[in-house]
Design a protein around this ligand. Structure first.
Ligand code: 6R9
Length: 659
């Protein structure tokens, strides 16, 4: 390596902060730092900026109705349709431009122009209607990354039927739980998909899930992705997607006028208890917020080719593959497969071929790229990239710098965006054309977002101190409630820091259950969950859900699940298991536990390590000391064990983990 490269490398290693590249600033959608003040001084009317990005059927009359906190309502009096905003309004100017560039894992591709997408969404809307789907019926979409997934989402939106997308990697049981919780009587699914070149069956899993649905299911529609590779069962009156589309060829379905606050979709996510939470998002608030943050943070312009590599089965894919980018009329790339198939340069090959302008991915992926080495991106011309983004978990400065240098060539700003399923869109991040970037720190709250770092009493902590993240004012993209469960909505998100008896919105504080640290410039470093939620490869998993799956396995008496450090996944699942009295283990219990977890949740929740132990460390009041189990998993020095009822088990467990 020549000397100057070594020097450059060293300077990059040491640098604590980076300025947005001038070339970027010159063209940025948002480049004037006064925006922070403008939002603050003019709150909540500042949110008209987000509302202005949409086409309204009927204009709204109130930006924010906070009369019934925390059940806030946004853009009240207004009406619109999300699919019309993502499709119809672009037809005149951008009808022939690509809306979705879909890339299959095997290299097959499909381009949907805005006209194509509009046509198929109309046809599928007609098909759904014919199947009896009515306004406000929840339609479950249990689908992998095929173009028919965003088509089905937009078709639901068109006819005013909220969708509930269930990640394809989730198990049959998980599908049933979600359909039951949402009383969903309609399912759109898929025969299968490809993973690392192999066809994976999906339909049988869907069938098994349907077996667990406790009410009548009116319709099941199956997309055929695998063709002749997999002769999927169709024995129960299911309908074939392609046949439905051809039956409804040329159909036009008038977009249903939806009230601003009408539900656009439900998205289930993990929480502290075993039951997943149905997060409710609305038409105007959510869509305007997804569009606004896509504009301000991702710097999306209609002529861009933008790529978010998440799965649409998670909120990131909803907001930043489908709704945000399409509302802005840009080209959104959608990739079916894994980043290392056929080789570890797959992403870079796609960036080069499609001349991708913005890439939005997750720290877990970046850590994997780093491990594979810079020779893979070096094989490709990545000069089309203008902006990089990350989401899902904290990114460590080393990974940030690797991304900055090896993918961004040191001239793309990086936005490290903190947000959640519940927030609908980004909340804490630098604005790419304005803010100094500090690797490892997400940045200040976005304009109009009143996020703070507080102590257990709700007092703000000073610079350099760690505490808990709170959001002290509402924002348009926020969840409105948990489906059919206002009480849990309040207890999960508000009770911690609010005066729940108060009618004054100023007394209501949203608690995202993340720990955070503040620096002297008001930048927030998010430290991770403070509840019993794990973040495995950026996926949110409840420890309780995994524990109850393990306890359901024959021979298991008790289980405790914690997160242990993992170089690529960030966190990995560690399970400590007590077997039943008299159970001699020794057989296939390990495999049965893995299978039990995969059946209840899916392979993403598979334990990395299962430790059998006769006892779990418990406090005198009988609570499992999870913190200690975490320290053991991470092979860290153990904290205070003096409050334990059974300190002697600790050493025993430690030995087993180290074996
Ligand atoms: C969008 C999404 C939310 C949880 C969140 C936090 C973690 C997300 C982060 C981040 C640090 C970031 N998280 N982005 N932590 N820095 N930039 O991921 O939604 O699946 O609901 O997860 O992810 O812990 O509370 P979701």
């Amino acid at each position: 390596m020549p000397d100057d490269t070594v020097e450059l490398e060293a300077r990059l290693e040491e640098a604590e902060s980076f300025e947005p590249p001038e070339s970027f600033v010159a063209q940025a959608n948002v480049a004037d730092e006064e925006i922070y003040e403008e939002f603050e001084e003019n709150w909540p009317e500042c949110w008209e900026r987000a509302g202005d990005l949409l086409d309204w059927k009927e204009d709204y009359d109130t930006v924010l109705d906070d009369g019934n906190a925390p059940f806030y309502e946004w853009f009240t009096g207004g009406s619109l349709n999300a699919s019309a905003n993502c499709l119809d309004r672009h037809l005149d100017d951008r009808g022939d431009e690509p809306a979705i560039e879909w890339i299959g894992e095997l290299g097959d591709t499909r381009t949907y122009t805005y006209s194509d997408l509009h046509r198929e969404v109309n046809e599928f809307s007609a098909a759904l209607r014919e199947q009896g789907v009515e306004e406000d019926d929840v339609v479950t979409l249990y689908m992998p990354m095929v173009p028919e997934l965003p088509i089905a989402m937009l078709a639901c939106a068109r006819i005013g039927a909220p969708h509930s997308v269930v990640f394809a990697g989730f198990s049959a049981d998980a599908l049933a739980t979600r359909m039951n919780s949402a009383d969903s009587e309609h399912l759109v699914t898929c025969d299968g998909y490809y993973r690392r070149g192999d066809p994976l069956q999906h339909k049988e899993k869907a069938d098994e899930g349907l077996g667990g649905v406790d009410h009548d299911v009116e319709s099941v529609i199956v997309v055929n992705r695998l063709g002749d590779e997999y002769d999927h069962p169709m024995e129960n009156g299911e309908l074939d997607y392609d046949e439905l589309i051809s039956e409804h060829e040329g159909a036009e379905v008038e977009p249903v006028t939806r009230d601003a606050e009408d539900m656009l979709f439900l998205m289930y996510t993990s929480g502290t208890t075993g039951q997943p939470k149905g997060v409710k998002h609305t038409t105007a608030g959510y869509l305007s917020y997804a569009a606004w943050t896509s504009h301000a943070v991702l710097d999306i312009k209609p002529e861009d080719t933008y790529w978010c590599s998440a799965d649409i089965g998670w909120i990131t894919g909803h907001s930043y593959i489908v709704y945000g980018p399409l509302a802005l009329g840009t080209t959104s790339v959608m990739y079916e497969g894994t980043p290392d198939y056929p080789d570890k340069d797959r992403l870079w090959e796609i960036v080069e071929e499609y001349e991708v302008d913005q890439l939005y991915t997750a720290p877990t992926a970046i850590r994997a790229f780093m491990k594979w080495g810079s020779e893979y991106p070096e094989r490709h011309d990545l000069s089309s990239l203008r902006l990089l983004g990350t989401v899902g978990e904290p990114i460590n400065p080393r990974a940030w710098k690797w991304y900055y240098k090896h993918i961004g060539n040191e001239d793309c700003p990086i936005v490290d965006t903190w947000w959640q399923t519940e927030t609908g869109g980004m909340m804490v991040t630098t604005l790419p054309g304005i803010g100094t970037m500090k690797p490892g720190s997400a940045g200040p709250p976005l304009p109009g977002i009143d996020a703070k770092v507080v102590d257990t009493k709700g007092e703000e902590v000073g610079a350099g101190r760690a505490g808990y993240l709170t959001v002290n004012k509402p924002w348009p993209g926020m969840l409105r409630t948990l489906y059919n469960n206002d009480e849990r909505f309040i207890s999960e998100y508000w009770a911690e820091y609010s005066d729940t008896e108060s009618d004054d919105p100023a007394d209501w504080v949203y608690f995202p259950e993340d720990g955070a640290k503040l620096d002297e410039d008001g930048y927030i470093t998010v430290l991770g969950r403070v509840d019993d939620v794990l973040n495995v490869s950026g996926h949110r998993l409840g420890t309780m859900e995994i524990e109850s799956a393990i306890v359901g396995v024959e021979g298991v008496a008790e289980a405790a699940v914690v997160g242990g450090h993992h170089d690529v996944k960030g966190e990995a699942v560690y399970a400590y298991v007590i077997t039943e009295e008299g159970y001699d283990g020794g057989d296939d219990l390990h495999e049965r536990i893995v299978a039990g977890v995969e059946d209840a949740i899916g392979p993403i929740a598979r334990p990395e390590e299962i430790v059998f132990t006769p006892e779990l460390p418990k406090t005198r009041s009988g609570k499992i000391m999870r913190r200690l189990l975490e320290d053991i998993a991470n092979e860290e020095e153990l904290g205070d064990t003096s409050t334990l009822r059974n300190p002697e088990v600790v050493e025993d467990i430690q030995k087993k983990v180290q074996e």
